[in-house]
Design a protein around this ligand. Structure first.
Ligand code: PEP
Ligand code: MG
Length: 598
């Protein structure tokens, strides 16, 4: 919608929910201005002193941020800033800069900029996503250092009163924290996925964030009046009065719903006709375990252990992993904790695997394939899990299973690990459930065979949708083709649940579909036993389960599986929800951002 030259709406991907209405603060990604500028020989030592002061100050700032965030969110996040502090402290670069200031009599800013640029140029050419991600960190550190050297300040942030929406092509987690969290702040970013570190941190800090706007963010100017709708993934720039009023109502509805969902958190997830579903939480970091307890969930349905690599270049050894797993299990008491073995590869932390290039990463050396090829790494993890099993209610889960052999090979490795631990007189629990993720169509299609050997299934719909429909889950250009309710996907889910139940296996879901209102109705109707969702969604999911009835959901889901398009599925759901559960309509409309003005 473009009503005048500077009124427009951008669409991205909502990654941390909420609404912020305020002024835009645009952080330009253009490199900071650093022109060559000769200094007089008598000022060289002063310039070097300025440079060393700037280094020390930025290092101190980053360490302070590391310690603040460490206290609030745990050591894993603190490591993000410690890593940046290490970049600032790079003795080779800093030594070279001092040498060149003396030799060339140029400003520290100019020389530092060029030295770091050489590193950036090298890393940018890499095909490895992990190394390319480091470029963003390094350039952020460089820009901050040059700001200190040039005495530049983001004065406009201070000049603007009230809520702000920070607009940038990219922000790293450190930049995110550079903004006062005392006022309402939202983030509209050009780059970054929903599972990027910045998005994760924004979610943990409850900062409304939308990513994936691309270069369109450059159209926004500092001071523009903006509304960020981080439910539907929209940024409305200079909206008209009607839109502003609409969003005023939407903001109060958002606050009202948040309160309502919070009240639902600790109630059981039972449908109106007494069908019970267990609601668990997905976690990425060990420190999130305590949130699961107060979120009212029945346990942890997915711990993505690959996040233990967050900014680490080395694999955590068996002892370190054992301590982490034990701590989570102890914290959760007798509640179930599903720990998924490393799902490295795809878009996640490929740099840590020691393999530089994977030409087609989502179809490549990922997850169980990587682990079975590297038994040294895999056995360390399996042994850590076996040892930790004594301290709680552990279930082990394998990602990306595409055939029967991968499951058998893992069972053989577990047997070896048990024997090796026994030889060292370390006891292991005998009956730890071993389940698999169903996220590849081949696994869903042979689920009846897999159910004989796997103790439980968990549907990974984030991947199941991408592999069934051949749509890259990270490519925002294909967003319209990433159809969670495509009947082909629904049929694979139906087949998986029926196959699991035939062998009395628990069937869960840990993909994002489990936190989506339509998804919840479909999954409950298809007979899902557990929904594992982000802890912030626990109340919403429980609230929806408590308002529907199993008998009707079953009929709806069955009819949806027979439809020929995702649109037909959605239309049927809309019609039936309106007929059977009209109170859900405004909630669903709100979450899906339907009826948006602007
Ligand atoms: C999934 O694919 O749905 C899933 C839960 O795993 P991940 O998002 O980590 O690939
Ligand atoms: Mg997956």
């Amino acid at each position: 919608m473009v009503a005048d030259q500077h009124r427009f709406t951008l669409t991205g991907i909502a990654s941390s929910p909420g609404i912020v209405s305020g002024r835009a603060v645009v952080l330009t990604e253009k490199p900071v201005e650093v022109n060559p500028e000769k200094i007089k020989p008598e000022n060289v030592e002063k310039e070097i002193a300025n440079f060393t002061y700037a280094i020390a100050r930025l290092k101190k700032d980053l360490e302070k941020q590391a310690s603040n965030i460490g206290e609030r969110l745990g050591a894993e996040y603190a490591r993000l800033f410690e890593a940046q502090a290490m970049i600032v402290d790079d003795q080779v670069i800093n030594g070279k800069v001092i040498e060149l200031i003396r030799k060339e009599c140029q400003t520290a800013a100019y020389i530092y900029y060029n030295q770091v640029q050489q590193v950036i140029d090298q890393l940018s050419k890499s095909n490895d996503a992990y190394l390319r991600e480091r470029v963003l960190d390094i350039s952020s550190v460089r820009n901050r250092l040059i700001e200190i050297l040039q005495g530049a300040k983001k004065a406009f942030v201070k000049d603007i009163e009230g809520p702000i929406v920070v607009i940038a092509r990219y922000l790293n987690p450190g930049d995110l924290l550079g903004f006062s969290l005392k006022r309402k702040v939202g983030f509209a970013l050009g780059l970054g996925g929903v599972t990027s570190h910045t998005s994760l941190l924004a979610k943990s800090l409850n900062l409304p964030t939308v990513v994936g706007f691309g270069l369109d963010v450059d159209r926004v100017k500092s001071g523009d009046r903006v509304i960020l709708d981080a439910y539907s993934g929209r940024l409305l720039v200079n909206p008209d009065v009607k839109t502003v009023n609409f969003y005023r109502d939407r903001q109060s509805l958002s606050a009202e719903l948040t309160r309502k969902f919070q009240q639902e958190c600790h109630k059981p997830a039972v449908t109106k006709d007494r069908h019970r579903i267990r609601i668990l939480n997905n976690i990425e970091l060990p420190s999130e375990a305590s949130r699961v307890i107060y979120s009212g969930a029945d346990g942890i349905g997915l711990f993505r252990t690959e996040y233990l690599f967050l900014r680490d270049t080395a694999f955590p050894n068996c002892e370190k992993q054992f301590r982490i797993y034990r701590q989570i299990l102890e914290k959760m008491g007798n509640k179930p904790v599903v720990i998924r073995t490393f799902d490295l590869g795809g878009d996640k932390f490929v740099g840590s695997t020691g393999k530089a290039v994977d030409p087609n990463p989502f179809l490549g050396w990922r997850a169980i394939r990587f682990c079975l090829d590297r038994p040294d790494i895999f056995k360390d993890q399996l042994k850590a899990l076996l040892r930790a099993s004594f301290y709680g209610n552990l279930e082990i889960m394998l990602p990306m299973i595409s055939n029967f052999e991968e499951l058998s090979a893992t069972k053989q490795l577990i047997k070896e690990c048990r024997e090796e631990l026994a030889a060292d007189k370390i006891k292991t629990k005998p009956d730890i459930p071993l389940g698999i993720m169903i996220e590849i169509p081949s696994a869903a299609l042979i689920a009846n065979h897999l159910a004989k050997e796997a103790d439980f299934f968990s549907l990974g719909t984030n991947d199941l949708v991408q592999y069934t429909l051949a749509v890259d889950r990270t490519n925002e250009m294909l967003g319209h083709l990433y159809q969670t309710y495509h009947p082909a996907v629904l049929q694979l889910i139906e087949k998986t649940i029926n196959s699991g139940h035939r062998y009395k296996r628990k069937v869960a879901i840990c993909g994002e579909m489990g936190a989506d209102p339509y998804g919840i109705i479909l999954l409950v109707g298809l007979g899902i036993d557990e929904l594992s969702v982000n802890f912030q969604s626990t109340g919403l999911v429980k609230s929806i389960v408590r308002q529907i009835d199993f008998r009707r959901a079953k009929l709806i889901a069955k009819a949806c599986c027979k439809k020929s398009t995702a649109k037909e599925v959605e239309d049927l759901l809309d019609a039936k929800i309106e007929e059977y559960w009209p109170k859900l309509v405004p909630v669903i409309k709100f979450i899906k951002g339907i009826n948006h003005a602007g």
